[in-house]
Design a protein around this ligand. Structure first.
Ligand code: PMT
Length: 403
């Protein structure tokens, strides 16, 4: 997990969203982080330090002075961690941070902090919209603080608007980027995922078993490692990954149209989507009726998308996947050649723990140059990391093209 052994300082200021910080602390600890919580006086009115101490197994910072408090704690706490996260960050905390005021433990830690800070505001929507709060946030962003803009929705005060603390999942994703090596920074990756739906009539379509999990895992990991990521996704039940631009498509021809547009400025294309090789010859405008005789379904071939894009290649690295039920290596190599790819990730799709719709996969990375690498069964998240290790090295010496 990306937080394994990472030291995180969680600063909690006084708002009703404090209870969500408890869940955040728990998730960080579960993910392997060592979490030091520092609470403002206001936060202690909402949740007791004991709650955080029980969850993190560490003493909770509550003030600058008092028995057992090291006189230099306010200096080194923000320097010895891997990252700081302020959640929830009230308008008051944001104002003090922006103005350089240090009048309690948390604000003095922020003054002396040298590590990356993720700030997650949560407040009433009018307060959030106040120009002074917006100016303070802009000032902090300008100074290198990462601000996770609040979500929109019903607030504790009864109003509906911007001000909700971001979802725990999003805070974890944004924080994981701050503590990860940025070996794909400055790169633009195009990733495809999921199945295509090839419509037959207004209610029926041809598709396959792809859930999108493999491609989404690649997109998430690439963003965490610093890339700008565009995920072109067929229909899936997965939530959009935080930070990633998601373009939804249905059919192979739509996928091709989007990729053609985005390909010229990408540094790499990773085709994890399971694209239908065929589509119905015609699309019925009304629902096909049941008749007395068998129906004949005529299909035409879809373009080989990745092969078409390979023909347009100027500088891009092209990675395909090969869904196989036979000889993984031979078939993988054949597709690598035929489609003119730089790497193919071959996976067996006729076993229960790999391929379609499961959380694990067993793949062989087959590069155009060099030896194939057979990886053991692992989570799709880990497969994504290994694939991106190869890509980061491959892109390593090259100039980023930008978007
Ligand atoms: O989505 P999941 O449930 O997590 O499952 C993951 C997966 C099994 C779908 C994934 O790991 C995978 O193997 N994706 C590729 C599936 C596939 O279409 O394989 P293929 O061997 O038929 O095609 C080879 C390559 O050509 C693929 O990169 C494919 O995207 C591409 N292709 C295929 C057909 C087509 N008309 N155009 C293409 O570009």
């Amino acid at each position: 997990m990306h937080f394994n052994g990472k030291r995180i300082l969680l600063g909690v200021s006084g708002g009703i969203a404090c209870y969500k910080a408890v869940e955040l602390a728990r998730r960080l600890v579960t993910a392997g982080a060592q979490v030091k919580v520092v609470m403002t006086k206001g936060a202690q009115e909402f949740v007791t330090p004991l709650t955080f101490a029980a969850i993190t197994g560490q003493t909770v910072g509550t003030g600058l002075f008092g028995p057992g408090i090291h006189p230099l704690e306010h200096i080194w706490l923000g320097q010895q961690v891997d990252a700081l996260i302020l959640a929830p960050a009230t308008a008051n905390l944001i104002g003090k941070f922006a103005a350089g005021i240090g009048d309690d433990l948390l604000t003095t830690i922020l003054l002396a902090a040298t590590r990356p800070v993720l700030l997650c505001p949560a407040m009433n929507c009018e307060m959030y919209a106040n120009p002074v709060v917006q100016e303070n946030l802009a000032r902090l962003e300008h100074r290198g603080v990462t601000v996770l803009r609040p979500g929109v929705g019903p607030l504790a005060c009864g109003a509906v608007g911007y001000g909700r603390l971001p979802e725990v999942e999003d805070m974890l994703a944004a924080l994981s980027r701050l503590v990860s090596p940025q070996d794909l920074a400055g790169r633009h990756l195009l990733v495809t995922a999921g199945p295509t739906h090839e419509d037959l009539d207004p209610v029926r379509f041809l598709t396959n078993r792809s859930s999108g999990k493999m491609g989404y895992a690649v997109a998430k990991a690439a963003w965490r490692r610093g890339a700008e990521v565009t995920l072109v996704s067929g229909p899936t039940a997965l939530p959009p990954p935080y930070g990633v631009e998601v373009v939804q498509v249905r059919a192979a021809l739509e996928l091709l149209a989007v990729l053609r547009e985005r390909f010229p400025t990408a540094d790499a294309l990773i085709m994890a989507a399971a694209v239908s090789d065929y589509r119905p010859e015609s699309l019925a405008s009304t629902k096909l009726k049941r008749g007395s005789r068998a129906q004949e379904l005529r299909l035409v071939q879809n373009p080989d998308i990745v092969k078409e894009l390979a023909a347009l290649k100027t500088h891009q690295v092209l990675v395909g996947f090969a869904a196989e039920t036979g000889d993984l290596l031979a078939e993988g190599r054949r597709k690598l050649e035929e489609k003119n790819l730089d790497l193919i990730v071959a996976n067996e799709v006729n076993r229960p723990d790999a391929g379609f719709a499961v959380d694990t996969n067993e793949v062989t990375l087959i590069p155009r140059e060099g030896e194939p690498l057979a990886l053991p069964l692992m989570s799709k998240d880990e497969v994504a990391e290994r694939l991106l290790d190869w890509l980061a090295e491959r892109l390593g010496g090259r100039e980023a093209q930008g978007g």
